[in-house]
Design a protein around this ligand. Structure first.
Ligand SMILES: Cc1cc2nc3c(=O)[nH]c(=O)nc-3n(C[C@H](O)[C@H](O)[C@H](O)COP(=O)(O)OP(=O)(O)OC[C@H]3O[C@@H](n4cnc5c(N)ncnc54)[C@H](O)[C@@H]3O)c2cc1C
Length: 485
């Protein structure tokens, strides 16, 4: 019997758990450790943040699904990995701490033959003074944050209904933040809601971003085919913002949020400010802080994890100049170089470097987006890791037959605003590959036939359809495995 331990039940970890359970016989154990009793379809938090969906529509309890599928679920936080075992337990294991009501604070050592780390990001609000729901800005990164943000948005809308002007600032809350797409989508939805209420004349909406050019989205921007023409995501994004009446501040590294004021540094090294009544800013991401020890009890965290807490995998982490970055630097099996039975997928793996060109301010502050690992690549990585682990278990030795480099995989991104079947618009973009490959595609860095963008209502329908489709798949209902990641 083999035991696979998966840390995290988000898009990547849940995909891996379901795929493993499907392909492994019942004699093998699949165990999931995650602190939240619910699965959440994170992309739909945007709709929670504008009051178009209730929290209960974007979540469901994991325990009944896992019980039905024969997956063991522990509602707990992974704290430390012991890849060689320790004095009390000879086999590799992870120390976890329960967070559910009955067992809160109890610890347990959970043994594994294969470990998959899919713990996603720590939302590092603390990296920016005053940032986040415990500070002076808002977030849509979790369904709880999004519900709170909707309450605050309603307050602003009520003030505007009484004739008061409101200043909205939406974007990235740290010089190295990623996830621009989510913040951008939220900005368009806020504009849409204001416009729907015919209150735009009382709104000043500002998009603030660490991108050098708009439309970078942490993937170095792209050239996309649109209606037969090739255009840049810079033009595409600027035209959408202009159409929605949204101003922008780019190349901005947000350093501090005070009540009503955001302070940021620009590339000239100047410290500037922007006032706000409502601010939704995405924090920096880091690893969730899992540590590691060897058999002798020595701290080996640095050999498993990068300095930002994300797990090192089969990437080329050698420091290189931007000109020397290659698509080959990107991992494809997500196997830890330190232990062959440990993998990390989704946001939990440490990228070798950014995708966007790095810039520093005159003061030396790096200001540029770190790489996104969006839903589709996170799901694909989870599936590929699961396939390799299942095969390794069947063959009795580690076999890495399946690969999924972000330099060989595409991603679809639908930035939708509005809600319902007749109301709404979406900018639908597909890029292939996510990490540009200038060796294979010297002109554009990507395959221009698969790197396309179209605005319109159809993309908006697709986004709505995807919500229901991916919730259905995640619940493991009949035919779930036929739905692609
Ligand atoms: C508002 C928003 C909108 C988005 N919209 C889109 C979109 O439209 N399209 C798209 O492709 N992507 C979108 N994304 C990105 C997408 O949500 C992420 O790429 C995806 O969630 C990453 O999956 P993951 O499994 O790596 O991490 P997560 O989904 O964050 O899952 C991490 C899991 O690990 C658990 N965990 C945390 N700490 C521990 C611990 N110590 N031990 C055990 N478990 C732990 C968490 O509880 C969670 O279950 C959006 C993101 C945001 C924030």
């Amino acid at each position: 019997m083999a035991k696979v331990l998966i840390l995290g039940a988000g898009i990547s970890g849940h995909t891996a758990a379901m795929a493993l359970r499907k392909s492994l016989g019942k004699q093998h154990e699949v165990v999931v450790v995650s602190p939240n009793s619910n699965y959440q379809w994170v992309p739909s938090n945007i709709w929670v943040g504008i009051g178009q969906m209730k929290t209960r529509q974007v979540i469901f309890p994991l325990a009944p699904v896992y019980r039905r599928k024969g997956i063991i679920f522990k509602q707990a936080l992974a704290k430390a990995v012991f890849p060689e075992g320790d004095a009390q337990m000879a086999s590799p294991h992870v120390e976890i701490e329960y967070v559910d009501e009955q067992q809160r604070g109890t610890t347990e050592k959970v043994a594994y033959d294969y470990l998959i780390n899919a713990t996603g990001p720590k939302l590092n609000f603390a990296a920016t003074e005053g940032l986040g729901p415990d500070g002076h800005s808002l977030s849509v990164c979790t369904y709880g944050h999004a519900a709170h943000t909707w309450e605050k948005l309603q307050e602003s809308l009520d003030r505007m209904a009484k004739g008061e002007r409101q200043r909205f600032v939406i974007g990235t809350g740290h010089p190295l933040a990623t996830c621009q797409g989510a913040a951008f989508e939220y900005a368009l939805n806020v504009a849409f809601e204001i416009n729907k209420r015919k209150l735009m004349h009382l709104a000043e909406i500002t998009w603030i971003t660490n991108e050098y050019e708009l439309g970078d989205f942490g993937m170095g921007g792209a050239f996309i085919k649109k209606g037969g023409y090739v255009t840049s995501t810079k033009i595409f994004t600027e035209s959408i913002l202009a159409e929605y009446g949204i101003h922008w501040i780019k190349r901005a590294g947000v350093k501090k949020v005070e009540p009503g004021t955001i302070w940021y540094e620009n590339l000239d090294g100047e410290t500037l400010s922007v006032p706000f009544d409502f601010a939704m800013l995405i924090p920096a991401f880091a690893g969730v802080g899992i540590t590691a020890r060897n058999k002798a009890g020595d701290d080996i965290t640095a050999s498993l994890f990068a300095a930002n807490g994300l797990m090192k995998v089969d990437a080329d982490y050698a420091a290189k100049d931007f000109a020397d970055w290659s698509v080959r630097d990107w991992p494809s099996t997500y196997q830890s170089p330190a232990y062959e039975n440990i993998f990390a997928c989704g946001i939990a793996f440490a990228p070798p470097h950014a995708i966007s060109k790095p810039f520093k301010s005159k003061n030396g502050t790096p200001i540029f987006p770190t790489p996104p690992r969006t839903g589709m690549p996170s799901g694909v990585m989870g599936k590929v890791v699961a396939k390799n682990v299942a095969r390794s278990i069947k063959e009795g030795k580690v076999v890495l037959k399946h690969r999924a480099s972000m330099g060989r995989m595409g991603a679809a991104c639908i930035i939708s605003s509005g809600y319902g079947l007749r109301d709404g618009m979406a900018a639908t973009m597909t890029v292939f590959p996510v990490v540009p490959d200038f060796e294979k595609y010297p002109e554009w860095g990507r395959d221009i036939n698969y790197t396309v963008g179209e605005p319109g209502l159809a993309g908006h329908w697709m986004k709505l359809f995807m919500h229901y489709m991916f919730m259905y798949k995640a619940k493991g209902l009949p035919g779930w495995s036929l739905i692609p990641e």
